[in-house]
Design a binder for this molecule. Sequence first.
Ligand SMILES: Cc1ncc(COP(=O)(O)O)c(C=O)c1O
Length: 366
Amino acid sequence: MAIEFSERVRRIPSYPVAGGYADEAPLVRLASNESPHPPLAAVRDAIERALADLNRYPDPSNSLLRRRLSERYGVPGSRIAIGNGSCDILLAAGEALLESGAELVYAWPSFSVYPHLSASSGARAITVPLDADERHDLEAMLSEVTHATRLALICNPNNPTSTAVPLADIAGFLAEVPAHVCVIVDEAYCEFNLLEDPESSIELLAAHPNLALLRTFSKVHGLCGLRVGFALCGSEELPRALDQVRQPFFCNALAQAAAVEALAHQDAVIDRVVATVAERNSLAEGLGKLGIELADSQANFCWLHLPDGLDEAEVMRGLAERRVLVRAGAALGSSTPALRVTYGLPAENERFLQALGEVLAAAPAR
Ligand SMILES: Cc1ncc(COP(=O)(O)O)c(C=O)c1O
């Protein structure tokens, strides 16, 4: 007899992992919205120093990281949640807020982890299509909010479409949404958004105890391998509830040490954003020459629509044969052929452009 799993496990979708179609390992990895830049030397030194204490459990309250985040963002430590990556905070929010009979509202396509929250809790997911510019339709999302809604997720900039909505629209949403609804604005990519100062959304916390801004060290800080993220919250209740549903010591000692050090290097954050935006512009130009349409990227990746008649899987295969790994749109909820491409180093982006050009040239005439 086979092991019998719970209904919950049967409901939970698997996270779409990046996969190519070739046997050889990719040379250019542009599939997971990682930073192409290695951790800073000072961050590596901090990790090295923390190694000596690995026989001890990590600080369960993340005191030093909490203090540094509080100083950096001007939010009291008691209103900051820390997590084993920001995904950990998302999943904990699902557990703390959702249950059968409750509702969750989010846009689609959006971050692939969101469907997990309803599946694991038994709550009803209401998904709202993006607008014609592939941005969140906040009015439509608001109209889906009911007395049963416990959580609304706004991914800004949105993964996978790379687009951002103005903060004023999010402020408008918050002004209308009932106070019993927790609103998580997932800002994993906010540093790359040139439409808005990443500090501005923090001002909304003062007026909205139901708001949480989700951030991560995985993207601009280049520490996704360590898993550390945080949420700046409008009240103390949410971080407390998130801690209640998780195991103790959820943020490991090396991650805490690295994140503390990374916060001391804001100049490096600016440099990385500048480098990413330069690649964003040059890739947009290169893709334009290939006749490819792009969403307006405010992130460290772009979302491109394949010309009519091209088969997404074929293009993925052609890229993989050239040892370039990107993400297929179909796996991310796209109903039309699309690719999500993370900006890499200049040489990697060049290689991607060249590979895509070859694949397009080899495609049957359209
Ligand atoms: C929108 C969004 N939120 C959150 C995350 C999770 O990041 P992490 O768990 O590495 O902090 C990602 C990762 O790709 C993401 O795209």
